[in-house]
Each structure stands twice: as C-alpha cells, then as structure tokens.
Design a protein around this ligand. Structure first.
Ligand code: MV4
Length: 451
C-alpha cells in the first residue's frame, strides 16, 4: 500500500480524496496555488506544497511543479481527482516514468476514451449499444450527406476531441449539414487543435444515464448501477440521482452487465463512467469518462461502497474483491451541486462566506471545502459544495432534500440554493419526468423569476 499520496486537485474533491487516504492510514500531501493558501484541504493534509500562482496552467496543470512536489515530499502516488489533469494520458505516463503511481486508469484507456471516435469504435467492438452514425471521422461533405441520409435527419456533428457538449452542431436538413460541418470543424480546431468530426443520429429528448464501473486491471470488473444526470444547464450537471426514475431493475441489470463485461474484456483499471443517452427504452453509448466524477457520492450512498477507497486499493495492486452479487442497491440518493452563482442569471458570485450552516440529520451528506470566513476565489469553478441526500425511497429522498435545502444557509455570496428549493417543489421533478433539455426549457420559461 502507498506511504503517501499527493492530491493534485483542490476544493471538495481534494478533501474527498484526503478523507479516503486518511481512513486507509496513508499520509497526504496537498498542493495549492497562492489563491488557495487558506483552503481546507491545505489545513487538513499532513503536508502541503505551494505549486504556483492562481492560473491553473501555472499551478494545478503545471506538470513539473506537481512532480517536484512529489519529489520533495516523497509521495509515491498521485490522485488527480476530476478535471485538471485527471484525463491527461501523457501525465499518467509521466507519473509512471517517475515511479509515481497515477491513481487512475491505464494511459492507453485514458487515451482511447479521450478520442470520441476511438471510444465509440471500442464500445461497438465490445457490444455496447451506440448511437447510429458514421463509422469514423467524416472527411468530406459528400460522405457526410450519404451518412446523414442513411441514418435520417436530424443528425448531430460532433468533434472527435470534444466531449461535454463542446463542438456539437445539429443539422435538420441537407442544407443545414454543410454549414454544421464547417462550423463544427472550425470550432473544434480552435478549441482542441483537432478538426476531426463525426456524425450521429440526433436524439431529440433523451435522458443522460451513466453507469459506474470499477475494474482491477486484471480482468475483474463490476458495475455499481447508474446515475441519471439529465438535469443540466449548458452541459453543466445541476442535479443527479440514483437509481434513475426511468429505469427498471431488468434494464439496470442488462445494461450494467453489458458494460461490466466490456470492462473485463479490456482489463480496465480503476473507476470509470460509461455515458449513455436513453430514449424510448433504448441505450445509446456516447462517451466514457476515465476518472472519478463529481457526482460519485450518489452511487456511494445507495451501495455503501467508498469509490475513492476502491480507487486507491486498486491502484496499489489489490485485486477487486467485491463481486457483482455483493453489490446491493439500497434506497435512493439525490445530489445538488450548489454553486456560488446567482440562482437566476448564474452569474458567478465569488467572495467571503460570512455564515455557513450546512444541513444534517439521517441520510444527509454535504461534501464541501467551504467554511465560515472562507473566501471563494474567482479563479476556478464556482462549486460551493454538493448536498447529497439518501432515503429508503425516492419520495423519502425528495422530502429529505426539501428539508435539507431549507436548512442550508450560506451568507456573504449568492448561491444556487434557491434554484434547488424551487426544483424540489416542481411536479415534473417530483415525478422524475424530465429529459436533458427540461432545465433549459424551465429557465427559459422564467421558472426562476427575476431575482
Ligand atoms: C447527443 C445528444 C443527442 N443526440 N448525441 C452533450 C455532451 C456530450 N455528453 C454529448 N451530448 C449530447 N450528445 C446525440 N446523438 C445530446 C447531447 C446533449 C446532452 C447530453 C447529455 C446531457 C445533456 C445534454 C445537453 C445537450 C446535448
């Protein structure tokens, strides 16, 4: 087992990793930029190293600084968390070259899944259902039109190096297609330095359902159920829940079994999430994330499995001891991502938190690095914390969420708590009756008024 883990991240996920490491008796090293010198993960870590100025490229993304921090502290492993370098295959390789264990998947799997065309090709080969579309990259407009006609309009042009919704253009007619192709290509070139695009049948009103997997790199892999992440705004997840109100036990077991088998075949190592669109009873693979995700706590709350603990043990070479039959789904969990933003305009609202009162009680968890008197810096994402509730049923979880949100006080900055107080009282949300566009329709229709 590792002696010392360097946590190459910040905020609530840095705290989350630190907690798992401490429970395993492993020493922890926090890294921080000058903007994070008062951050909670710095206070709670056994050691801490300032790695640079606030800009991420000069600190949390600065590979030489991270390696130097490992060197001077003697860390033998590094956990990247999510975002930053968590899906940078080259960084994972560099860690290996410096005899530092990267707590994450094999670089080859990070690389494959980072190329959305390669990811889809691999998923198809492994028997995972995919969205109908082009076999690979689209090289010219003639080919694009042929593919579009064979799958039927509307189609979606996607960037191979995209993901998270970046570089996507819908084409509803042949006339739209050439414009969509050239726009997607130029945006992809500008954003990712790669203008390769591919085509898919555009699904109009799907849900976003993702399957959590764990693999030990030696051919054992299990699934830990699904998370429904359909409530999103501009590709930012707002609320996630598990299980999905749209799935029944057979669908869960079927798609989970397909994904777990696929992960066994490629000898996947670590935690991963296979993303699907779900529409009219059908699953369509869109991409795979080779990292721990922000919303992992809802899976932990219904399975009782600590995913970061499992990541660390697997990275240290332990075989996966959890058998699929041992994974029991109990109850229902819902997570709200509370951001330091105006709840109507979503304008960022960093600043000093003058009063912080998180909710508590049975089945209530708050994953946050914020404390009273802490100043949220403007340099990074605006996450104040994640409120996660668990109940024996979805109804109980919703009632617990409503009660917890009414208790949750954060003064000194604006937060999106009022948005969640409204959502938890909305009939569609209470019924679980929403798709990936529901939140934007609700907000565009003035659902939050003009606060
Ligand atoms: C799609 C789609 C509809 N049809 N693919 C958005 C980000 C990336 N995960 C893929 N995304 C989508 N791919 C096809 N063929 C709609 C989206 C999409 C979306 C997906 C999940 C959650 C929220 C979304 C918001 C807008 C579009």
């Amino acid at each position: 087992m590792f002696e010392k883990i360097l946590i190459a991240n910040r905020g609530e996920i840095a705290l989350r990793i630190l907690r798992a490491a401490k429970e395993l008796g492993i020493a922890t090293v926090a890294v921080y930029s000058t903007a994070d010198k008062n951050a909670m993960h710095v206070k709670l870590a056994d050691e801490s190293v300032c790695i640079g100025p606030p800009q991420a490229r000069d600190s949390y993304l600065h590979i030489p600084a991270l390696l130097a921090a490992c060197e001077i502290t003697g860390a033998d492993a590094l956990h990247p968390g999510y975002g930053f370098l968590s899906e940078n295959a080259r960084f994972a390789e560099i860690c290996g070259e410096h005899k530092i264990t990267f707590i994450g998947p094999k670089p080859e799997h990070i690389r494959i899944m980072g190329d959305k065309i390669e990811a889809k090709r691999t998923a198809k080969r492994l028997g995972i259902p995919c969205v109908p579309g082009s076999e690979g990259a689209i090289t010219n407009d003639v080919e694009a039109l042929r593919v579009a006609k064979s799958i039927g309009f509307p189609v979606l042009v996607k960037a191979a190096s995209g993901g998270g919704g970046r570089g996507m253009k819908v084409a509803r007619t042949a006339e739209d297609l050439s414009v969509a192709l050239s726009t997607a290509r130029s945006e992809a070139k500008a954003a990712f330095g790669d203008d390769a695009v591919y085509l898919e049948k555009y699904l109009e009103k799907p849900r976003h359902i993702e399957i959590q997997v764990l693999g030990d790199g030696g051919g054992r892999a299990i699934h830990l159920g699904e998370r429904d992440c359909s409530l999103q705004r501009r590709h930012q997840k707002i609320l996630e829940e598990s299980p999905s109100p749209a799935l029944n036990a057979k669908e869960r077991a079927d798609i989970g079994g397909i994904v777990a088998k696929a992960m066994r075949e490629i000898q996947y190592l670590g935690a991963g999430t296979v993303e699907f669109l779900y529409e009219k009873g059908e699953f369509y693979f869109i991409e795979m994330n080779t990292r721990i995700q922000v919303e992992h706590p809802v899976t932990e709350m219904i399975t009782g499995i600590d995913l970061v603990n499992e990541q660390i043990k697997i990275a240290a070479g332990s075989p996966l001891l959890i058998k699929q039959k041992d994974v029991i789904f109990s109850g229902h969990a819902i997570e709200c991502r509370v951001n330091a933003e105006n709840p109507s305009t979503f304008r960022p609202s960093p600043g000093k938190v003058t009063y912080f009162h998180p909710p508590g009680g049975l089945g209530v968890r708050v994953d946050s690095a914020v404390y009273q008197g802490y100043t949220i810096p403007p340099n990074y994402d605006s996450l104040v914390g994640k409120l996660i509730v668990h109940g024996r049923s979805r109804t109980e979880a919703m009632m617990r969420l409503r009660r917890s949100l009414d208790e949750f006080i954060v003064d000194g900055i604006e937060t999106t708590i009022p948005l969640f107080r409204t959502l938890v009282r909305n009939a569609d949300i209470q019924n679980g009756d929403y798709d990936i566009h529901w939140l934007e329709r609700f907000l565009d229709a003035g659902g939050m008024g003009e606060t």
